[in-house]
Design a protein around this ligand. Structure first.
Ligand code: FAD
Ligand code: UDP
Length: 369
């Protein structure tokens, strides 16, 4: 008999949820992570009373009531609503695309009808029912004016590709609303854990054996012998030693600065949608937490970056070429009988946090059936 029922590779949200649920069901689990901390990409660090989102800004939003109840069983959430500002040159617009954006762009827009008139007129340019790429999708959603000012530059910086070479689904994530509502998400529930995400994940992993600074691949055979099943949340292609070729990712570089001022930019998230700055977003962490009383502020400039094996893989690239290769790896994964693949990197999917937790719920349920 092996020592553990499950060895879980990765202490991010997928691994932590799976471990927590299995422990609840009396299973013996060991969690390992190559990083020095738990929480994967949602890791937050308390610096001078400010919860800094070390791997990029994370706002929890979901329509799944079971996922919302689950995360709230570990920590209380605040009522933060994401309402980013987009800056192009010296102009400021509200995101996502809504009546505040439209009325600032076009001086004659007051009512939804006024806005629709402008957008419908611009959409005629394409008259496209099945957008083939992100540019066509964007123009058919909001027209060329908004595409040029608020989408094209941001997207090309983010993905380092022309919008004509990117899949349409990326931009469909963003709402287009004919109401004066700056909420970035349509989901029913939204907020940030009071005390930070790290506190939440630590609670999920409470009482569970954990080994940090431990790379699965450094001792794969030894780990495989320890547990009946492996739960793998790392990179899909890495699991198979890249034998079919490498999947592509996008990386990010974070430049974090402390300023001796209480309020630097007046909002948690400011998007830079032009090519004049190389960063896409500037995050002022204290604004995620309306109880923060620090006299200073911590600001992170987020620079999109080409990925290579020495960098973190932040975004999967779900274009045709990579999806095809990912499918080939998924076929190999199906044949690994004692390995469960889950999470953003092992599924090679552009998941939000709630998707990852929901997927872990489903995997646990399937395992216990
Ligand atoms: P991860 O958090 O990546 O965890 C995987 C873990 O596995 C890591 O800790 C890693 O170190 C470990 N690991 C990998 N390989 C090995 C190995 N060989 N040995 C040991 N350990 C290993 N989602 C939202 O819902 N809202 C947001 O606002 C939001 N903002 C985002 C902003 C950015 C910049 C990014 C990149 C993502 C954002 N997301 C957001 C998505 C969110 O981060 C993910 O959906 C979620 O964190 C993925 O969890 P995971 O467990 O799948 O992966
Ligand atoms: N996007 C944009 N302008 C913005 C913000 C986002 O064009 O000001 C586009 C861009 O293509 C991006 C996509 O919308 O990749 C999804 O944005 P989201 O904020 O959901 O991305 P994430 O939080 O995953 O980085």
């Amino acid at each position: 008999m092996k020592k553990y029922d499950y060895l879980i590779v990765g202490a991010g949200l997928f691994g932590a949820t799976f471990a927590n649920k299995m422990k609840e069901n009396g299973k013996k689990v060991l969690v390992i992570d190559k990083r020095k901390n738990v929480a994967g990409n949602v890791y937050t660090e308390n610096i001078d009373g400010i919860h800094v989102h070390k791997y990029g800004a994370h706002i929890f939003h979901t329509d799944y009531k079971d996922v919302w109840d689950y995360v709230n069983s570990f920590v209380e959430f605040n009522r933060f609503t994401n309402s980013p500002i987009a800056r192009i040159g010296d102009e400021i617009y509200n995101m996502p695309f809504n009546m505040n954006t439209f009325s600032k762009l076009w001086k004659d827009v007051i009512t939804p009808e006024d806005a629709k008139k402008h957008i419908d007129e611009e959409k005629k340019e394409l008259n496209c029912k099945n957008p083939k790429n992100l540019e066509e999708q964007a123009i058919s959603l909001v027209g060329r004016t908004i595409y040029q000012k608020l989408i094209k530059g941001y997207t090309e910086k983010q993905w380092n590709r022309s919008c004509t070479e990117l899949p349409p689904f990326i931009i469909k994530r963003l709402p287009v609303r004919f109401t004066y509502d700056n909420n970035y998400f349509n989901d029913r529930y939204q907020g940030i854990p009071i005390g930070g995400y790290t506190k939440m994940v630590e609670k999920m992993l409470d009482g569970i054996e954990l080994k940090l600074n431990t790379d699965y691949f450094d001792h794969k055979e030894e780990f495989d012998n320890l547990a009946n099943k492996i739960v793998y949340t790392g990179m899909l292609d890495e699991y198979f030693n890249f034998k079919l070729g490498r999947l592509e990712y996008r990386s990010l570089r974070f430049d974090t600065k402390t300023y001796d001022t209480k309020n630097y930019q007046g909002n948690a998230v400011v998007n830079y949608t032009g090519h004049d700055q190389k960063y896409t977003r500037v995050i002022e962490h204290k604004h995620f937490d309306n109880t923060c009383i620090s006299d200073k502020t911590i600001v992170t400039y987020e620079y999109p970056d080409d990925w290579n094996p020495t960098k973190e893989a932040y975004y999967v690239i779900n274009d045709d070429k990579n999806n095809k290769l990912a499918d080939e790896y998924r076929n190999l994964a199906k044949k690994e009988k004692n390995v469960i693949f889950g999470g953003r990197l092992a599924d090679y999917k552009y998941y939000d946090m709630d998707d990852v937790i929901k997927e872990a719920f489903n995997c646990v349920e399937k395992e216990l059936r």
